[in-house]
Ligand binder design. Structure first.
Ligand SMILES: Cc1cc2nc3c(=O)[nH]c(=O)nc-3n(C[C@H](O)[C@H](O)[C@H](O)COP(=O)(O)OP(=O)(O)OC[C@H]3O[C@@H](n4cnc5c(N)ncnc54)[C@H](O)[C@@H]3O)c2cc1C
Length: 375
């Protein structure tokens, strides 16, 4: 393995000398930070380090929902989090999307404003009543200026062909993107902005002084004036704050003829989520079946959760329909007891932006913008 000290004059001078900003992690946050830094500093030398041969966390593995709050999620959050924080998070997610589209035009990542439905299963007490829908519509209007963001859609079950669902609540503003296209588009734009992304370089430890930061990596030490940690679920090694890795598993079916399911859907208070990708269904979730086991940095799928996901397809989402599973994978999120990201300076020249939970599509670019504004 060639170490940085053995590189040529040319390689060292282009990639490893006089670095103004060194960003660790090439997910949505890392790449957004780099792009916003470029808007601010035309001539700065900006480098992103990524330990995987692709971005290897959550940004290239997620479901692609541009979601900012389903009724049952809001209902639950309001029980445990104070009201102003709940609506601040809603506003950050809603406005965060605008920030994403400021960087990456929505049509280049197949954004569709397809709406979302929050499904209430049969046989349970439905806690969402018209009064609560009235309340969340009033709050949502204060943020979005749009009337009736939420409404009960009693015909959804029949229209989409579901089984064992008593009713559904539609959020008319949520939508979906193509996750692969987002990462590819971000990468393309970093290259165009003369930002280097170095894959296969893992940051191991860091020390800093008044002049800057020295980052030890698996390829040798790198000096930089400023450093930004954007490693989300893998951030525990850098900070003492409340952050843990949280694995999330996903399956995608084969192409299904005459698929009725079109849009994005939340189920069982957001523990499950699904959408169509063309004529396929992408379904994820089930962390609640094994919180302890899913608190891990290991990219694996488990029979317990995969079986539950398949059952949901068979009995609820596409009942009485033949299907097979063409893809199964997992990704790692960063979570804590509270929902908001950790966003702060660690010292004069090091910033951190992590703990995006299941909200990074909407929040990631806004976090990147805030990180860039620290410098
Ligand atoms: C299965 C799944 C489904 C999801 N669905 C949605 C959704 O529908 N909507 C939504 O809004 N959010 C969703 N999320 C959450 C969302 O994907 C994340 O919040 C977001 O991608 C976080 O972006 P990030 O840049 O902070 O982190 P990441 O994308 O995890 O990026 C961190 C990067 O840092 C790199 N790295 C880590 N340590 C080091 C190191 N020491 N040296 C170098 N590189 C390092 C990793 O390889 C990784 O590429 C989902 C997440 C998962 C896992």
């Amino acid at each position: 393995m060639l170490r940085i000290e053995d590189l040529s004059f040319w390689e060292k001078s282009v990639y490893f000398e006089n670095i103004d900003f060194l960003i660790v992690g090439s997910g949505i946050v890392g790449m957004s930070t780099a792009l916003f830094l470029r808007k601010k500093y035309r001539d700065a030398n900006i480098i992103i380090l990524e330990r995987g041969y692709l971005p290897t966390g959550a940004s290239s593995k997620n479901a692609g929902f541009t979601c900012f709050g389903s009724p049952t999620e809001l209902y639950d959050d309001l029980k445990t989090i104070n009201e102003s924080e709940v609506w601040e998070t809603f506003a950050n997610r809603y406005n965060g999307l605008k920030c994403l589209f400021e960087l990456i035009p929505s049509n280049s990542i197949n954004y569709v404003s397809c709406k979302s439905w929050d499904l209430i299963e049969s046989g349970i007490k439905n806690e969402i009543d018209p009064e609560f829908i009235g309340y969340i519509n009033k709050k949502a209007k204060e943020i979005t200026q749009i009337d009736d963001v939420y409404f009960e859609d009693k015909k959804a079950t029949k229209r989409f062909g579901f089984d064992h669902i008593q009713t559904a609540y539609c959020n008319q503003l949520e939508g979906a993107i193509n996750t692969g296209m987002l990462l590819q588009e971000m990468h393309k734009r970093t290259i165009e902005a003369n930002i280097q992304v170095l894959f296969g370089v893992e940051a191991l430890s860091m020390s800093s002084n008044a002049q800057g930061v020295i980052l030890q990596t698996n390829k040798g030490p790198i000096e930089t004036s400023n450093c930004i940690i954007a490693t989300n679920g893998f951030a525990k090694q850098w900070i003492e704050d409340d952050i843990n890795p949280a694995r999330a598993q996903i399956i995608v079916t084969n192409e299904i003829k005459n698929l009725k399911v079109k849009g994005t859907f939340h189920f069982q208070k957001g523990y499950y989520y699904f959408r169509n990708i063309g004529n396929r269904i992408l379904l994820g979730g089930g962390r609640n079946l094994d919180f302890k086991g899913e608190t891990t940095e290991s990219f694996e799928t488990t029979p317990k959760i995969q079986k539950k996901l398949e059952e949901l397809l068979r009995f609820t989402i596409i009942p009485n329909q033949e299907f097979s599973i063409d893809y199964a994978w997992s990704g790692i999120m960063g979570v804590g007891d509270v929902k908001s990201p950790i966003l702060k300076m660690l010292n004069k020249n090091t910033a951190v932006g992590v703990r995006l939970g299941g909200m990074g599509v909407a929040l990631g670019s806004q976090v990147g913008k805030s990180l860039a504004n620290y410098f």
